[in-house]
Ligand binder design. Structure first.
Ligand code: UD1
Length: 430
């Protein structure tokens, strides 16, 4: 089992390059099989979730050629199976994007039903509602969701809740339906827009992505394209928080500053200085951190995937902050771990009340999920002493070479896999 071991207290300084957005890339990969021609996708992050999805796609017969670490060529002309195993879905829920992609292209798909996960119950009723509205018969039995249709027909779909996954899944299927589909109360996240742009580059006719209403005119078929995935706003935001808590000065390159606005706004309120450039942001964390209030909301609100990292910032800010989690009900599990590092946080329902402490102290903690794991690393960077983060498997699902990028900024962090290596690190840094 690999772990991160961190000696905190170094101000991060320098430049870091952000990779492609994992969540955009997952949907784009799935959508790439919707044509029989070869699609090239660039700026893919080399992270576990992406590699698992590629495995699932190969398993159903897609030909995937890894051109280099961040580029693949995919050909979906020889898909033989329209059924995706539980083996993949249990590792990444996002393999359910293959449902929308396969249903759109072959009018038939079967995907193991995803369960709940570390951050709470994750229903898929809205995905199903959307597929049904397009004319598919959807059945749930034997742990599988099966969807099939003689023909998919455009429809008017109102999403009762803003859902990234349902918006993207339905958008994919509707791209190859007959006639016009309107998705109301659609998610506006940057990756929804990226997937729409990708599909349009393959010949789809999708308008309005990035607004509440997406209009799709179905086309008969899609064609080849070459596409580069947008930068990862959550990876970028994580480095912004790391700069903030360590009193650092970090230039975060290859980002779209507009996508980071909610994180930027909260860091400014917390007393940091943030400069925006065309494709970079620079975060200065030198001053005293101040308390503020944060509520997670669908984009352009504050992203739930940045909630744990921002809580770590506020945990050492002067005064009392609140963080309200309005998207997922069980996303404060990491608070117990953070308390072991000296944080003073009380969770009442979906609100964390954070009384800022002067500093974190190094401890042995477990990453409970992807973003919370990254947040514990961020806390470790600011902590007095040595922190060991266990279960970094979760972190590796979504961050490429996190430790290497942090080291480049001056952090003392190593990936280790034994007590002996931890001791060696401790000796080295003490
Ligand atoms: C995506 C992201 C995840 C992020 C989340 C919210 C991917 C692979 N994952 O997850 O990192 O935290 O968006 O920004 O892109 N809901 C329903 N019924 C449904 C679908 C969703 O009630 O059919 C609810 C969920 O329980 C949740 C809310 O809608 O409360 C938002 O979920 P959703 O946007 O769908 O999240 P995901 O797409 O699963």
């Amino acid at each position: 089992m690999e772990q991160f071991v961190i000696k905190g207290g170094t101000s991060l300084r320098g430049e870091v390059e952000i990779g492609g957005a994992k969540n955009a890339a997952l949907a784009i990969l799935a959508a790439s099989i919707m044509t029989d021609e070869t699609v090239t996708i660039d700026n893919l992050p080399d992270v576990r979730d992406i590699n698992v999805l590629i495995g699932a796609m190969e398993d159903i017969g897609a030909i995937v050629d890894r051109v280099d670490r961040h580029t693949v060529k995919i050909n979906g002309s020889r898909i033989q199976r329209l059924s995706v195993d539980y083996e993949y879905i249990k590792k990444i829920r996002a393999s359910y994007y293959l449902l929308g992609a396969l249903l759109g292209k072959y009018k038939k798909a079967e995907v193991a039903l995803p369960g709940g996960c570390e951050i709470g119950s994750r229903p898929i009723d809205l995905h199903i509602k959307g597929f049904k509205a397009l004319g598919a018969d959807v059945d749930i039995s034997y742990g599988l969701i099966s969807a099939k249709a003689v023909r998919l027909e455009g429809s008017h779909i109102y999403m009762d809740k803003v859902s990234v996954g349902a918006t993207i899944n339905v958008m994919m299927a509707a791209a190859l339906a007959e006639g016009k589909t309107v998705i109301e109360n659609a998610a506006k996240e940057p990756h929804v827009v990226d997937v729409a742009n990708f599909l349009n580059s393959m010949g789809a006719n999708i308008r309005g992505a990035g607004t509440d209403v997406i209009r799709i005119v179905g086309v008969e078929k899609l064609h080849k394209t070459e596409y580069s995935v947008i930068p990862d706003q959550i990876e970028a935001g994580t480095f912004m928080c790391a700069a903030a808590v360590t009193g650092g000065d970090v230039l975060i390159k290859n980002v779209i500053p507009k996508h980071l606005e909610a994180t930027t706004a909260k860091l400014l309120e917390a007393g940091c200085k943030v400069e925006e450039y065309d494709d970079a942001v620079r975060v200065f964390g030198g001053g005293e951190l101040k308390s503020t209030q944060v509520t997670t909301l669908p984009y352009p609100g504050f992203p739930t995937d940045m909630q744990p990292q921002m809580t770590v910032v506020l945990g050492i800010a002067q005064g009392t902050s609140t963080v309200t989690e309005s998207i997922f009900e069980n996303r404060f599990k990491y608070v117990d771990e953070l308390s072991r590092m000296g944080a003073n946080i009380q969770v009442e329902g979906n609100i964390a009340i954070i009384r800022g402490v002067e500093r974190y102290t190094g401890a042995r903690v477990c990453a409970p999920d992807l973003r919370a794991g990254a947040a514990l690393v961020v806390a470790g960077l600011a902590a007095d002493g040595v922190t060991v983060v266990d279960d970094i498997y979760y972190i590796q699902r979504g961050y490429e070479n996190l430790e290497g990028k942090l080291r480049q900024l001056g952090a003392q962090i190593e990936k280790v896999s034994s007590e002996k290596e931890i001791q060696k690190f401790v000796l080295k840094v003490s």
